[in-house]
Design a protein around this ligand. Structure first.
Ligand SMILES: [Zn+2]
Length: 233
């Protein structure tokens, strides 16, 4: 039986599709799996929180959104981060407010997305400095759905891996690609049926970067408040 393997290529700003082969390294995968699990804090209350706002402007099937959330939550939990999901049915209407740095995931329809990029991108992350209160991501679900349908994979699981990978770039930087795990430049779609993770080193970096962003944001808020308070007239 022919086993068809399809890979998704991720870039920092843009994700595209590739179809070239890549060998599987079972030993490395096993080590990766074990190292990420050992890295997880025992007490979930001690986990730094990562706030993800999800704006679904493409009316994606609720099962696909739920599947993607499961993947992202699991990936970050294994890296010692607790995801706080905030559903936003429209631009200015969200289910809850959160404190600290936010990651805004905008799933845009084909009519809008095709004007944003001209290639086969699955989405992109807008570069986000540490002091930014919110980092933006645009996701082109219609392409993910078509890719999943054509190859008989679960769209929600691919969506979840795309989201986690792009957020990973924002926290780990543009050169975060390695040859296994979630941060592969070429993500084998077949392997999204199980879950791909960050390495333990990447997980440590994720937590440090998130805490640094939180601190930078608090300093910005504090200095703004001080600036306001020293202008008596
Ligand atoms: Zn990438």
């Amino acid at each position: 039986m022919e086993v068809r393997r399809v890979f998704v290529v991720f870039l920092v700003a843009i994700s595209t599709i590739s179809a070239h082969a890549q060998s599987k390294d079972a030993d490395v995968e096993q080590k990766l799996s074990r190292s990420t699990r050992l890295n997880r804090p025992a007490d979930r209350k001690l986990m730094p929180k990562i706030a993800l706002r999800i704006y679904d402007f493409d009316q994606v099937a609720p099962t696909a959104i739920a599947g993607a959330k499961d993947v992202v939550s699991e990936v970050f939990r294994e890296s010692g981060l607790q995801v706080l999901w905030v559903d936003c049915p429209s631009e200015n209407r969200c289910a809850a407010n959160v404190q600290g740095p936010e990651f805004r995931l905008r799933i845009v329809p084909a009519s809008l997305g095709k004007e944003m990029v001209s290639d086969e991108a699955l989405g992109f992350a807008v570069p986000c400095a540490p002091g930014e209160p919110a980092c933006l991501f645009y996701i082109f679900y219609w392409r993910i759905n078509a890719l999943a349908g054509a190859n008989h994979f679960v769209a929600g699981r691919i969506l979840g891996h795309v989201l986690a990978h792009e957020i990973g770039h924002t926290l780990l930087g543009p050169n975060a690609h390695i040859r296994f795990g979630l941060m592969q430049h070429n993500l084998p779609l077949a392997e999204t049926e199980r879950t791909l993770y960050f390495t333990s080193g990447q997980a440590k970096q994720l937590r440090a970067n998130l805490l640094a962003r939180d601190a930078a944001l608090r300093n910005t808020v504090l200095s703004n408040a001080q600036a306001e308070s020293v202008a008596p007239h």
